[in-house]
Design a protein around this ligand. Structure first.
Ligand code: 13P
Length: 260
């Protein structure tokens, strides 16, 4: 199955506007255009506008890290997905840091997914269990609940374009990613849920990423897992050399090769 591979740089709440521009400039120099790999940068809201003018769109696309689900209104401090519709191609939705630090509920995540789709933005829906849920053997139940709720207002046609990202909370900001076996089991389960909801055509189109302590040395192992189409990268995406190496690794995986 040849789905276009996807690498997303989640810069989280790092980098000033100036630093984001500088990093983007370096990435332009170090990352080549690869036909089968899409590279997406997710800066904070402030940098979206300047970066949209600086990036070579044949090489990079932009993503928001979040976005409010009401299109406009009296919601001080929020930025709506509708307001970002001409700036971004993607939006990260339901990141565990939103759920954990900002009490984002399943219903809010669901409404954000729907708002993104309504505004022509592709949601990158984050899924994943906490350490505690894992130790209680609740991983499958948690992933099921997250998927079924978040996609409950999405048609099968729209679902084909959505990106899902398996990001086990315990592997974010950790020393190493989840093991290939763990990722495989979760991704298989996620794909099974999509098949149950929408059928196999949608499941075959949908892209599933892995996120959590991605670094260049782990890329070939993760990308060799059947059903994984790319990476959602945190820390390593703030360093142009590490991120470029990750993109190269994904490209080599797309070619069916492995980096030495
Ligand atoms: P790290 O790559 O820093 O573990 O972060 C992963 C993440 O949260 C990406 O969204």
């Amino acid at each position: 199955m040849s789905r276009v591979k996807l690498v997303v740089a989640n810069w989280k709440m790092y980098l000033s506007i100036h630093e984001a521009s500088l990093l983007t400039h370096r990435l332009h120099k170090s990352i080549k255009t690869h036909r089968n790999v899409e590279v997406v940068l997710a800066p904070n809201y402030l940098s979206l506008q300047p970066l949209s003018q600086e990036i070579d769109r044949r090489r990079f696309r932009l993503a928001a890290q979040d976005g409010y689900f009401v299109d406009e209104g009296a919601f001080t401090g929020e930025v709506s997905l509708s307001q970002m519709r001409d700036l971004v191609h993607y939006a990260i939705i339901g990141h565990s840091e939103r759920r954990r630090f900002f009490q984002e509920s399943f219903d809010e995540t669901r409404d954000k997914v729907a708002a993104a789709v309504r505004n022509g933005i592709v949601p990158i829906l984050c899924l994943g269990e906490t350490k505690e849920e894992r130790s209680q053997k609740e991983t499958k139940q948690v992933l099921h609940d997250q998927i079924v709720t978040a996609l409950s207002n999405i048609t099968s046609e729209d679902a084909e374009n959505i990106v899902l990202a398996y990001e086990p909370v315990w592997a974010i900001g950790a020393n190493e990613p989840a093991s290939p076996d763990t990722i495989k089991e979760a991704v298989d389960w996620i794909r099974y849920q999509v098949r149950e909801l929408y059928g196999s055509k949608t499941e075959e189109s949908i892209r599933v990423l892995y996120g959590g302590s991605d670094e260049p040395e782990y890329v070939s192992g993760i990308m060799a897992i059947d059903g994984v189409d790319g990476l959602l990268v945190g820390r390593a995406s703030l360093n142009y050399e590490r991120f470029s190496d990750i993109v190269t690794g994904v490209y080599l995986a797309a070619l069916g090769e492995t980096k030495e």
